[in-house]
Design a protein around this ligand. Structure first.
Ligand code: GAL
Ligand code: ZN
Length: 663
């Protein structure tokens, strides 16, 4: 297998959709790309109708010319398998390929993504176009990577999907009696007597069985994975050394990316931070860290980002000058070896004609394109960073199954959400310049000094035992509220909670109590703070009470506990502390673990992260700051030396390589 960058330094480029332009423009595109340092383009993501105007009749001539042109200009191609947007002929001739929503309505073509993942004709036509593309371009010199589909996430509730769901359930449970038990169908008279009665969770009068829903999430994700694997296997058989990827969407709920990750050769992601949200820098950093986790610590690829405003929010804020560079370098700092955009040239027509691009409607002689070009060129200075790891001593556990199980209807509060919890816990580490790996439940934790579990509502016995063993072996663990509540069938574990973790936590609870307003708390013998949304009736079973509730019915009861267990320490947090209190807690857990940030005295708004030996400093704040640096270095972006500090204007970045001073 070739490596992601294949010795070309960092990759830079974007989605290239030449079929939207006359051929005269292509030549200009290639010249402009070269001038901008573009060395990778993704071609053909939405070209199916153009490549196969009718079933089995192919028109590859234009794509041949595009790939040849790219090869002539030294630009590698990430060639797409165009299955994300089938041509109208598929839905017209095989209406059953069109997806059906929960309410039984069929969705039409005229947009994109209109397919039923379980449909036979869709699966066959997908394999046929994949085979044709792979056979034709296997030996093309421009081919560097395969890009299967686009942002997998489709769901269908039709009868074909129902049959596939049943067969998935048969594999899981064997017989109906076991399914009935797993789904708890004695509740509300839901017992199934015949497999034909089992259906997807379609629109129903009231709350749907939570285990039926959980299994549906699992099934839908597996079905998309099955589609991905079919194409990947066809590609691998023809081009064993060309990596295969499909682009993720960060914390996207419908697909379990942990299960996809191991099936891909390269992890790639699309990332569109909300410009107006002050939490965007942290949220984006967390997403990048998730990608690094999915990649098993290896480099990943930022497949899509925007140079400016997107067009799919209600009110699309632009990016101020310097922002595209700042965001792109943030990804480099957190392990990306490629920085690509959607898309190269702004479309004149179609649903995304008001989406920013690398070449705007106004052309290359623009502020925006000049920024793109300068950024592409400066990335050459960072070539040495390609392939380098981002070391982290802290891990955060996040799993899709628990996310699915948690965020369903009929729970104590809809206000406790998996990704929100993760972000809350992540922010204090981000602000201190402490790198965090995101890992799945059950991951090997031996490399980490501190493991944080912001929420793990659903936990298997083995995964809980692994957390316990981690602490007893000397690790420091922090567990957030409403964790360890249900088993993998989403059945409540009875007894004082969190049942599988209470021993290691030295604490247990008996009631979950959503709060109506701010909750008064106090550090034991210390300062007051506030919490919100969620409280629990807890007791210590040997843990030290670190903070207690001071107001309301829980006054005097524990809110946060800390327990020495074996060689390690376990914390339990039975509420949602305000950010400052969570930061204080993170500080104490870091002290327990003996972990510090990459530098002392990091000014607010500045992100600090080390990749390999290079220290990245990124100013997300609105003011110019002076950042002390731990050792003398050279800024790889400017070539300027830095002795004991750097000065960063808003949106400025430094990438410091330590330099041993010559005597
Ligand atoms: C992505 C998608 C691209 C384009 C982009 C616009 O989700 O993969 O094809 O639609 O959004 O922001
Ligand atoms: Zn279907």
């Amino acid at each position: 297998m070739r490596t992601l960058t294949d010795g070309r330094g960092l990759l830079f480029g974007g989605d290239y959709n030449p079929e939207q332009w006359p051929e005269e423009v292509w030549k200009q595109d290639a010249e402009l790309m070269r001038a901008a340092g573009v060395n990778l383009v993704t071609v053909g993501v939405f070209s199916w109708a153009r490549l196969e105007p009718e079933p089995g009749r192919h028109d590859f001539g234009w794509l041949d010319r595009v790939l040849d042109l790219m090869a002539e200009h030294g630009i590698a191609v990430d060639l797409a398998i165009p299955t994300a947007s089938p041509p109208p002929w598929l839905g017209h001739r095989w209406p059953e390929t069109l997806p059906v929503d929960e309410g039984g309505h069929r969705l039409w073509y005229g947009s994109r993504n209109q397919f039923c993942p379980s449909s036979g004709p869709y699966r066959e036509r997908s394999q046929s176009i994949t085979t044709a593309l792979a056979d034709r371009y296997a030996a093309h010199p421009a081919l560097a990577m395969w890009h299967v589909g686009n942002e997998y996430g489709e769901v269908c509730h039709c009868d074909v999907s129902a049959r596939a769901f049943r067969s998935w359930l048969r594999d899981r449970y064997g017989d109906l009696a076991t399914l009935n038990e797993a789904w708890g169908t004695t509740f509300w008279s839901q017992g199934y007597g015949d497999w034909a009665e089992v259906v997807p969770p379609r629109r129903a009068p009231y709350i749907i069985n939570p285990t039926q829903r959980l299994d549906w999430w699992r099934f839908c994700s597996d079905e998309l994975l099955a589609h991905f694997r079919e194409q990947r296997d066809l590609l691998r058989a023809r081009t064993p050394s060309v990596p295969v990827t499909t682009n993720f969407m960060g914390f996207f709920k419908r697909v379990d990316y942990w299960s996809f990750a191991g099936e891909q050769d390269v992890i790639s992601n699309d990332c569109y931070p909300e410009p107006g949200d002050p939490l965007s820098p942290a949220r984006t950093a967390l997403t990048h860290d998730l990608m690094r986790g999915l990649a098993g610590g290896r480099p990943w690829l930022l497949m899509e980002q925007a140079t400016g405003a997107v067009n799919w929010r209600e009110h699309n804020l632009p990016k101020p000058p310097g922002q595209l560079r700042l965001e792109s370098l943030q990804a480099v700092a957190r392990g990306a070896d490629g920085l690509c955009y959607f898309q190269w040239r702004a479309s004149r027509f179609g649903a995304e004609r008001f989406h920013a691009a690398m070449v705007p409607h106004a052309g290359p002689d623009t502020r925006l394109h000049a920024e793109v070009r300068a950024h592409g060129q400066e990335l050459r200075g960072l070539a040495g960073v390609a392939g380098e790891p981002v070391p982290a001593r802290v891990a955060m556990v996040f799993g899709w199954e628990s996310w699915w199980a948690l965020e369903d209807r009929g729970r104590p509060s809809d206000r406790l959400n998996a990704v929100d919890q993760l972000l809350r816990y992540y922010v204090p580490f981000f602000e201190r310049g402490v790198s965090v790996d995101v890992v799945p439940p059950g991951a090997d934790l031996s490399a980490y000094a501190l493991v944080v579990v912001p929420n793990l509502f659903l936990v298997g016995d083995g995964d809980a035992a692994a957390l316990t063993a981690y602490v007893n072996g000397g690790g420091v663990l922090v567990v957030g509220p409403f964790s360890g509540v249900v088993d993998p069938h989403s059945h409540v574990r009875t007894g004082r909670f969190p049942v599988p973790l209470r021993e290691v936590l030295g604490a247990s609870g008996e009631e979950w109590l959503p709060a109506s307003g701010p909750v008064a708390c106090r550090w034991h013998g210390g300062a007051p703070f506030e919490a919100e949304t969620w409280t629990e009736l807890l007791r210590s079973d040997g843990a030290e009470v670190v903070a207690e509730f001071t107001g309301g019915d829980l006054a005097g009861r524990p809110a946060i506990l800390r327990h020495r267990s074996g060689e390690g320490v376990a914390w339990y947090v039975g509420t949602m502390p305000e950010p400052a209190a969570l930061a204080a807690l993170a500080g104490r857990a870091l002290a327990d673990a003996g972990v510090t940030g990459v530098l002392d005295g990091l000014p607010p708004g500045v992100e600090a992260v080390r990749r390999g030996e290079v220290l990245f400093l990124l100013n997300h704040g609105a003011t110019t700051v002076r950042v002390p640096v731990p050792e003398p270095g050279v800024d790889l972006l400017t070539g300027s030396p830095a002795d004991d500090h750097v000065t960063l204007a808003p949106r400025a970045v430094a990438a410091l390589r330590p330099e041993v001073p010559t005597a």
